[in-house]
Design a protein around this ligand. Structure first.
Ligand SMILES: [Zn+2]
Length: 309
C-alpha cells in the first residue's frame, strides 16, 4: 500500500455512530481520562523535543474538568476514539491568549501555539493527521455560525459534526473544498510554476479548485490550460492530502503534456517553466527551491524524480 501523505493516515476511530448518543457523550465528557486537543484561533498546541514537535493532548483531569476548559459544553467537538479514550477538540478561540493558556493549566503554558502548516513535517504522522482534522473541523465551526439559507444563527449538533439552523432548521455539514494538483510531464521534463507571493526561488506543481459540474480530470486539464497554456492528456490519480488551510482536500494527479509552449493565460502564475529530471535531481545544483517537504506537491515531484510515477 502507498504511504500516506502528511496530514492523512490517522488511525483514530471517528466513531460516527456515537456522535448522537447523548448519554455516551455525557459520560465521556465527565470521564477524567478523556482527552482534549486544544486549539486557539487557528493555532494548535505543541511542545518541542529537539527538532520534533509533539502535539499536546490533555486529560480532562489535567485541565480541571470540562468547566475549566470550555466556554460552554457546545464547544466540545468529538473527534473519535483512540486507545479506548474519547478525544475531543477544545476550541479556546473565544478567550484572549492569556485566558486560554490559564484554562489549559500547567501543561498548556509549557507548550507553544503554532500554525499547523509550519510544523507539518516535524510532527509524527498520526499527530499531524489528528491536528489537521481538528483544524479543519473548528475552522468550519468558526465560519458557519449563521445559516446560508435564511441567515439565522446555527447551533452545533451531533457532537460538533452538524450545525443546525435555529430559524429554518436546515442542517449544515462540514465543508471540504476539492482542489486538484498535478505534475505535468513531457518525457524527461516536468512543468513547474511559481506565484509571486511565494518565497523567492520556490517552484511547484500547478493546482486549482474544482468547479461545479466538473470532473477531476476536466479540472486538471482546465487548470493547466488556464495557468500555463498547455494542453494535457492522460490525467491519472496519484494520491490525496487533507489540506486544512483552511478547508481543502488536495487531489494529486499526473498528466502528460500534448503541447509544450507555455503561455501564462490567467496571470495566476508569475512564471512557469519546464525543468529536466537531471536538473532537479541534485539538491546542491538545483536551480530552484522545491515546495515544503510535507506537501503533496513535493511528493509528486520526488516520486517522479525517483522514477516511481
Ligand atoms: Zn436557516
Amino acid at each position: 500500500m502507498r504511504r500516506s501523505n502528511v496530514f492523512a493516515g490517522s488511525s483514530l476511530d471517528r466513531a460516527a455512530h456515537l456522535r448522537r448518543d447523548a448519554e455516551w457523550i455525557a459520560a465521556r465528557l465527565s470521564d477524567p481520562g478523556s482527552r482534549v486537543v486544544p486549539f486557539w484561533r487557528g493555532r494548535c498546541l505543541v511542545r518541542w523535543e529537539g527538532e520534533r514537535a509533539v502535539a499536546v493532548q490533555l486529560a480532562l483531569s489535567e485541565i480541571g474538568g470540562l468547566e475549566e476548559g470550555l466556554a460552554s459544553p457546545e464547544a466540545a467537538v468529538l473527534l473519535g476514539l483512540a486507545e479506548d479514550r474519547a478525544h475531543f477538540a477544545l476550541d479556546l478561540s473565544a478567550f484572549e491568549e492569556d485566558e486560554a493558556r490559564r484554562r489549559l493549566g500547567r501543561l498548556g503554558t509549557s507548550g507553544e501555539l503554532v500554525d499547523l502548516k509550519s510544523v507539518g513535517s516535524v510532527l509524527a504522522g498520526e499527530e499531524a493527521a489528528l491536528l489537521a482534522y481538528v483544524r479543519g473541523l473548528l475552522h468550519w465551526h468558526a465560519r458557519h455560525g449563521f445559516c446560508g439559507v435564511c441567515g439565522a444563527p446555527t447551533v452545533s449538533r451531533d457532537s460538533g459534526h452538524v450545525r443546525r439552523c435555529t430559524g429554518c432548521g436546515a442542517d449544515h455539514f462540514p465543508r471540504t473544498d476539492a482542489a486538484v494538483i498535478m505534475l505535468v510531464t513531457d518525457g524527461d521534463r516536468c512543468l513547474l510554476g511559481r506565484q509571486s507571493a511565494w518565497p523567492e526561488g520556490v517552484y511547484s506543481t500547478l493546482a486549482g479548485f474544482l468547479e461545479p459540474g466538473e470532473s477531476l480530470e476536466e479540472a486538471v486539464a482546465r487548470e493547466v490550460w488556464e495557468e500555463a497554456g498547455i494542453q494535457i492528456a492522460d490525467a491519472a490519480y496519484h494520491s490525496s492530502q487533507p489540506w486544512p488551510f483552511p478547508a481543502s482536500i488536495m487531489l494529486g494527479f499526473t498528466a502528460r503534456a500534448v503541447t509544450t509552449a507555455i503561455r501564462l493565460h490567467d496571470g495566476e502564475l508569475a512564471d512557469a517553466r519546464w525543468f529536466g529530471r537531471a536538473e532537479l535531481a541534485d539538491r546542491a545544483t538545483r536551480p530552484i527551491k522545491l515546495p515544503s517537504r510535507h506537501s503533496i506537491a513535493y511528493r509528486l515531484i520526488k516520486d517522479w524524480l525517483a522514477g516511481e510515477i
